[in-house]
Design a binder for this molecule. Sequence first.
Ligand SMILES: [Zn+2]
Length: 213
Amino acid sequence: MELRFAIKIPNTAKSNLRLTYFILIDYNCAFLLFPYSNKLHKFIPIMSILEINVYPDPILKRVAKKIIDIDDSIKQLAKDMFETMYQAPGVGLAAPQVGHSISLVVADPASNDDPPNPMVLVNPTIIAGEGETTIVEGCLSVPGFSAEISRYQKIVIRALTLDAEELELTLEDFPAIVIQHEIDHLQGKLFIDRISRLKRNIFERKLKKGTLA
Ligand SMILES: [Zn+2]
């Protein structure tokens, strides 16, 4: 039998991470996992759910910096972003949304019937796009609002993996849409920057009044 309690402790260093620590109670043994007890980390991973910045946080308007060195902090950030995205739940997350203005995206654009398709993209760029498709999009950084957005139906992207290997991917339909949305975040662009002036005014009015659904 195992009981789990989650304690959220604000992390004062470096970033706005909220780390979740677990106390495990197993029959007659109980122990607390401290952040720097490396031996225990090997057996029980510590989950980190990151705080998602929402509009109009200025970091969402900034162009993200390219990642030069894919060190352990980037790999940990990617893991934490996955956990944050799955918990939200969402299908994609860009680093600026969690307070890091760097060119990193995680996504899992598999549809409900398909197996998970997690992707990590470092410094992704769209090198070709064709066709047109529209879908009603939402965003974890713009809660309570959605709008139909027109995007390329098919894209070719270049990026690095977390092992610094070059990657070229051709994506179509939903995965292509998700990745275009996330790459927009790296350019300081939100889906609400792609809607008509009229719809944008409606959004801003609802935001001011606090009436976003
Ligand atoms: Zn978004």
